[in-house]
Design a protein around this ligand. Structure first.
Ligand code: NAD
Length: 478
């Protein structure tokens, strides 16, 4: 018996979890359930994390977590438990298979069968946000080499295990040259280690359009966190319903399995929701823990049930569906089909779906790092870039001078355009005239001179070269 932690969640959560567990147990899955309470009730009882510390202990002890969707209350102060769980437990890989079940589930894309592998810990989800001026707020987008390395390797190993032919990478590295650029570079490096698997890169905007229009062009798609969040909902929805797709969140120690959709509060308590998304997550869990036989049995029974036209409201189609059922009745139909296989849809056989065993990330030797300048961010309510330029020039001393000012990334000094709209948030770049190294002491002095001149500095970013390569962006128009 494998002990698993279960949380029934909020909204439609308890109904779809009861349905899912009923199917798992009827299929003879050798699991023992330890239930914890997370989500809305816990939040509203005053715990802003939505989970008690004893529950963390249970999750960490059992290592396998099956979680129904939860509602994050609106308003400040409440942190999304989903994001917290993924990051606390190091669940770096989010695997979301999206497959059409034509002709039984109505879809415009009858031969779609793709898997989105979403990086799960980094990107704009670091949740590091600040208001810096009256007019400007910022969110830090953090992308790391280990983060990229782990997710890209996972995608290729997954493709290899599942006999998939191609791994595609989506980024926006034509704009975000450092962050998305790193993701793309690491993808290209790791792809070389898998010569038998085709690889390609698409800029996310046209890639997303192609995926929504011609999903059969893709097989495995790996991408940073935010893009993966958005596009996996799109991919699930175009197979027929967001209620059909499950998701595995995989870490080196622990793993969490869930539906990709949320708690759909408007559908709660009415025996309406489709339990398929959570069931698909649970099947990935069974495969992950070696309960292959139960996983196969349930998936085939589920396919047969859909093939029989027994459908919940979200996928029911007058004419092609046979019977519109509620959550409980759907689960009962799957249970009755256990041991049977679909006749038109392809039955599954999970000979090779065990948890992937990836090598631990190896740190690279540190590069030679050279401090070559500093960006000082300034809060200033004026409108004329030449005025702030003249002011800021005054603090450049000891061979260090103001070289550029941008506003929201656009160069406005020197030689800006009068048409460029300026906010109260100015990025002022200081470097040596000859491009040589500066020191931390130089930066401290710049900040001190700024105080002397009554300049409101709000933050600094150091400008580095790593192994002689410039490691910061230019101003747009520079
Ligand atoms: P949602 O996914 O909960 O629901 C959107 C719509 O999709 C629903 O109104 C419903 O029409 C449909 N739908 C979703 N699941 C379905 C199912 N199983 N069967 C049938 N129809 C289904 O998205 P939302 O309304 O944006 O979010 C509601 C709450 O869920 C929010 O509090 C959000 O924070 C939370 N949420 C939780 C998770 C999670 O726990 N992993 C993920 C996303 C959203």
């Amino acid at each position: 018996m494998r002990k698993i932690t279960v949380a029934k969640g909020d909204g439609i959560g308890p109904e779809i979890m009861d349905a899912t567990l009923g199917i798992l147990l009827a299929a003879g899955a050798k699991i023992e359930i330890e239930e914890i309470e997370v989500g809305e009730k816990v939040y509203l009882a005053g715990n802003t994390a939505g989970i008690a510390s004893e529950s963390w202990e249970t999750i960490r002890r059992n290592k396998i977590f099956l979680k129904a969707p939860i509602t994050t209350p609106q308003g400040g102060g409440y942190k999304s438990l989903n994001v917290t769980t993924r990051k606390f437990l190091g669940l770096y890989s989010n695997v979301r298979p999206c497959k059409s079940l034509h002709p039984f589930i109505k879809t415009k894309h009858p031969i779609m069968d793709l898997v989105i592998i979403r990086e799960n810990e980094e990107d704009l989800y670091a949740g590091i946000e600040h208001q810096q001026t009256d007019e400007v707020v910022q969110c830090l987008k953090l992308i790391s080499r280990p983060g990229c390395g782990k997710i890209v390797r996972y995608a290729f190993e997954y493709a290899k295990q599942q006999n998939r032919k191609k791994v595609t990478c989506f980024t926006k590295d034509n704009i975000m040259k450092q962050t998305d650029g790193l993701f793309h570079r690491v993808f290209d490096e790791i792809a070389k280690e898998y010569p038998d698997i085709e690889n390609e890169h698409w800029i996310i905007d046209i890639g997303a359009a192609k995926m929504a229009d011609t999903p059969e062009a893709f097989d495995v798609i790996v991408m940073p966190n935010l893009y993966g969040d958005v596009l996996s909902d799109v991919a699930a929805q175009i197979t027929g319903s967001v209620g059909l797709a499950g998701s595995a969140n995989i870490g080196e120690e622990c793993s969490m399995f869930e539906a990709i959709h949320g708690s759909a509060p408007r559908r709660a308590g009415q025996n309406l929701a489709n339990p398929s998304g959570l069931l698909q997550g649970a099947i990935m869990m069974l495969n992950h823990i070696g309960e292959t036989e139960a996983a196969e049995k349930i998936q085939n029974a589920w396919l047969k049930t859909l093939e029989d036209g027994i459908h919940t409201y979200d996928v029911f189609e007058e004419g092609s569906s046979k019977q519109k059922v509620g959550t409980k009745e759907f689960a009962q139909a799957v249970i009755e089909n256990l041991g049977q296989k679909p006749s038109i849809l392809k039955p599954v056989s999970y000979s090779n779906n065990l948890a992937l065993n990836l090598p631990k990330y190896k740190k690279r030797p540190p590069a030679k790092k050279k401090l070559v300048g500093v960006d000082i961010f300034v809060h200033w309510n004026g409108v004329d870039p030449d005025e702030i330029g003249e002011n800021l020039k005054k603090i450049g001393k000891n061979g260090i001078e103001l070289t550029m000012i941008t506003n929201r990334g656009i160069k406005v000094w020197p030689d800006g355009f009068s048409e460029t709209f300026c906010t109260d948030h100015w990025r002022c770049r200081f470097k040596r005239t000859n491009g040589s190294e500066i020191t931390k002491q130089n930066i401290n002095e710049l900040l001190k001179y700024a105080i002397d001149e009554n300049i409101d500095t709000i933050k600094t970013e150091n400008l580095y070269e790593f192994d002689g390569v410039q490691a910061y962006s230019m101003g747009q128009g520079q």
